[in-house]
Design a protein around this ligand. Structure first.
Ligand code: NAP
Length: 424
């Protein structure tokens, strides 16, 4: 794309707005000493560095240096090619489980990661080449290209309202990874000044499910607000390309649609996992594949915080309906099971009454032989014959229609020969 922003030029004086970008392109040793720079030393470093990059890099698109301008064409020729994407400076707010996990991919792809969090992660950051800031103010002074909100769903509003927005450049992009999407979209639109770009995202994987790589895993995004044909849009594309390069399946989807789908899939999955965790399931020597899947699901689910799960429920308008559906579905299944058992028992009880009546009224006159014959004809003992017991215990009284999963369960049950459901 042809754009004035493509030309790297430096204007004087350097303002607070371009300080952070300048640091990003300066050699590491200089960057750590930024307060002692003079404008001319900065300019000369920028020019040297830019020339180097331009010689070695395949030019794909313009980048963020539109605010850093050289005073003359001595830096770059007037017909200079555009500068290829420099690393993004990504400021992560909320550096817990997921923030740390996602930062690894940013680092792997050569981006600069800055982080801040409620807790102190400075030691982790030191070992992983990440700049840690003890508070949001300090991080914002560095003016990252992208502010990535990775805090818990429950704390996001407080976190967002605590960001000193005036310290950020006007072309900053705000992104989030919250597992619900309408809530952060509305919050961002409400709190952030109109010039900030907004892209809401949800990587549909986490530290467990994505530990062997992200290839083929869905990454949902919604470009909620992005100035067209600007550096902001280019930065957004660069940010999204990180996930594309990791092999994610990129899914552009509205936040509303995401929440609808996620309630019926992710929330249900987490709920089942949470329920199973209360059963204290253990591995057995005869695990089926299905059971292995349940054990894995339980493990994955409980490795996420309860705050996350509660956030899925509380901040997705569709979640309540889904939990009610789940409740109804469980009741339906129980009714199918107990309903059949109930019918059998009732039949036994009801048919026992005339039998008793018959028995008492005829006790003096009916011979043992007659009684036996009568009973065998009617087959109405409260305690059934052994053949009846077998049928009762199996629940497999009728032929099963094909393709009905619920009935398939009964097929499985028919092989168990478990008689304990029948009162003796
Ligand atoms: P989480 O429990 O949802 O969030 C933990 C993060 O929130 C930590 O950075 C924590 O900071 C911060 N936090 C919690 N309470 C806070 C408060 N009162 N004030 C300020 N910060 C607070 O667990 P998570 O797995 O790390 O998830 C982070 C975000 O990623 C969530 O929005 C989640 O929906 C999203 N996400 C998670 C996954 C996943 O598989 N885990 C996948 C996709 C998206 P400290 O650590 O400093 O206490």
């Amino acid at each position: 794309m042809a754009s004035a922003a493509a030309v790297v030029t430096v204007s004087s004086p350097l303002t607070c707005h371009n300080k952070a970008q300048t640091r990003a392109i300066l050699p590491q040793s200089s960057a750590s000493n930024s307060t002692t720079f003079t404008n001319s030393s900065i300019r000369s470093s920028i020019c040297k560095f830019s020339k180097l990059r331009l010689q070695s890099v395949l030019v794909k698109r313009t980048h963020v240096l539109n605010q850093v301008r050289c005073p003359s064409d001595s830096c770059l020729g007037s017909d200079s090619p555009t500068v290829d994407s420099l690393p993004l400076r990504i400021g992560i707010i909320g550096f817990g489980n997921f923030g740390q996990f996602i930062s690894k991919a940013f680092k792997r792809q050569g981006h600069i990661v800055l982080a801040t969090s409620r807790s102190d992660y400075s030691e982790y950051c030191q070992h992983n080449g990440i700049e840690f800031y003890r508070n949001i103010d300090a991080l914002c002074e560095e003016q990252p290209d992208v502010i990535l909100v990775c805090s818990s769903i429950l704390s996001t509003e407080t976190v967002l309202r605590g960001i000193p927005l005036h310290k950020l450049r006007s072309d900053t992009i705000f992104a989030d990874v919250l597992s619900v999407k309408q809530f952060p979209r509305n919050l961002f639109l409400e709190v952030l000044p109109s010039e900030f770009g907004i892209v809401c995202t949800h990587p549909m994987f986490g530290p467990e499910s994505g530990k062997h790589g992200w290839a083929g895993l869905p990454f949902v995004y919604d470009k909620v607000r992005m100035a067209q044909s600007t550096v902001q849009e280019q930065k957004c594309a660069q940010f999204l390309s990180i996930f594309e390069q990791e092999g994610c399946t990129m899914v552009e989807m509205s936040c509303e649609e995401h929440d609808r789908h996620a309630a019926g899939s992710q929330f249900i999955t987490h709920t089942i996992g949470r329920i199973l965790s209360h059963l204290n399931l253990e591995s057995t020597p005869i695990n089926t594949k299905g059971y292995e899947t349940l054990l894995q699901l339980t493990e994955n689910t409980v490795s996420d915080s309860f705050d996350l799960y509660y956030g899925l429920f509380m901040y997705n308008v569709n979640a309540t309906e889904q939990i009610e559906n789940l409740d109804r579905a469980f009741e339906t299944v129980k009714q199918k099971l107990f309903g059949r058992l109930h019918d059998i028992l009732r039949k036994q009880i009801v048919e026992r009454v005339p039998l008793q009546g018959t028995s008492s009224s005829s006790s003096s006159t009916t011979t043992r032989e007659q009684m036996k014959k009568k009973n065998s004809n009617k087959a109405t003992y409260f305690l059934p014959s052994s053949q009846q017991m077998k049928d009762l215990s199996s629940f497999a009284m009728t032929p099963l229609p094909r393709g009905n999963n619920d009935e398939d369960v009964n097929v499985a049950a028919s092989h168990t020969n478990e008689p304990s459901l029948v009162p003796r």
